[in-house]
Design a protein around this ligand. Structure first.
Ligand SMILES: O=C(O)C(=O)Cc1ccccc1
Length: 333
């Protein structure tokens, strides 16, 4: 029995991505409350083999919660004394899910009737607000101002609305989630699709716990993908050193590696490994505006990452190869 953690509850898009990656019957899906819990559970609970988390959306860009967890693992693993909570995790596959957002109510409602319950809030995952901004603006022109309330996931948002409506039917909160969430919690879809852009797609990572011998995990066989492989590398370059980033990217060029994406997130290196309060001068050293970079290399050939890593190690302050995995067919849809 394969056990897979995912951003829950049932009915999230992460749940759908997990079902796409693990279609077989002998899989148990274990919903987690947050993306951070997915990382932590995979890392600490030996009974869980995989975790599925959202990485980026074609309309709204990075799911920063996930990128920051990939970053924090790098910081943590730099300090040998902290618990290597997530340094035993690797990326072994990716999945793409088409995001057809729906406006969902906990019960039948005519939004435009005069005697409907009071509506004041709409709940969803923070990634959604940028994917349905235009729709929500038009909706507010019809039903009045709506508080947009962040929830830990789209399906979790609908569960919140259904639970609160059961306790008080005078007020009704709405949620933006997928059809699977409506089915999971008995919500009523009152408008769909409501995403501003057609083809709105979210990319998910499938994570696995590295075996103790610390070799790069084998990627999962492509469920429906190409033979092209992706390697995700996180690294920090020397701050305030002209050309330090270019020097690292030049390693990829000189090895004929095709870089297919680059992203960055704020990075605050721990001074003294976070053990003691940094002195003023050390704090000055810790510039506010430092970044960690995430690069993806797309290739069909096998690359000798052991030797390439030596070049990267020489030119970076810290780096981590997060794994090599097959390009999923969903990338091309
Ligand atoms: O909340 C979910 O359903 C997720 O899986 C995260 C997410 C949120 C919004 C769009 C895509 C994925």
């Amino acid at each position: 029995m394969v056990r897979v953690a995912f951003l829950g509850p049932f009915g999230t898009y992460s749940h759908q991505a997990a079902l796409q990656q693990f279609p077989s019957e002998n899989t148990t899906f274990i919903p987690q409350n947050t993306i951070s819990d997915c990382f932590a559970q995979l890392s600490s609970d030996d009974s869980i083999e995989y975790a599925v988390v959202p990485l980026e959306n074609s309309t709204n860009g990075q799911v920063v919660f996930t990128y920051d967890l990939l970053r924090d693992a790098l910081v943590e693993s730099q300090d040998s004394e902290t618990s290597l909570t997530t340094s035993n995790i690797e990326i072994v596959a990716e999945q793409y899910v088409s995001i057809d957002l729906c406006l969902i109510a906990p019960a039948e409602i005519d939004l435009f009737s005069s005697d409907r319950p009071k509506i004041g809030r709409v709940y969803s995952h923070p990634q959604v607000w940028g994917q349905a901004a235009q729709y929500l603006k038009k909706l507010e022109e019809k039903v009045g101002p709506l508080d947009k309330v962040d929830a830990s996931s789209t399906s979790g948002a609908l569960k919140l609305c259904c639970d609160s409506y059961r306790n008080n039917t005078e007020f009704m909160d709405l949620a933006i989630a997928g059809r699977a969430a409506a089915a999971a919690h008995g919500g009523i879809i009152i408008d769909a699709p409501i995403n501003d852009k057609k083809g709105n797609t979210t990319r998910f990572l499938v994570l696995a716990r590295k075996s103790l011998n610390r070799v790069l995990l084998q990627p999962l066989p492509p469920v429906d993908g190409e033979q092209q492989k992706i390697t995700l590398i996180a690294f920090t370059a020397e701050p305030d050193k002209p050309g330090s980033l270019v020097d690292v990217l030049t390693v990829f060029k000189e090895h004929g590696l095709n870089m297919c994406s680059i992203a960055s997130r704020p990075f605050h290196p721990q001074v003294n490994n976070g053990k003691t309060t940094p002195t003023n001068s050390q704090q000055e050293l810790q510039h506010k505006w430092q970044y960690i970079f995430f690069v993806e290399i797309c290739d069909r050939e096998e690359n000798d990452w052991n030797s390439i890593s030596r070049y990267i190690a020489e030119l970076t302050c810290s780096y981590r190869i997060w794994g090599t995995f097959y390009r999923s067919g969903g990338y091309y849809k």
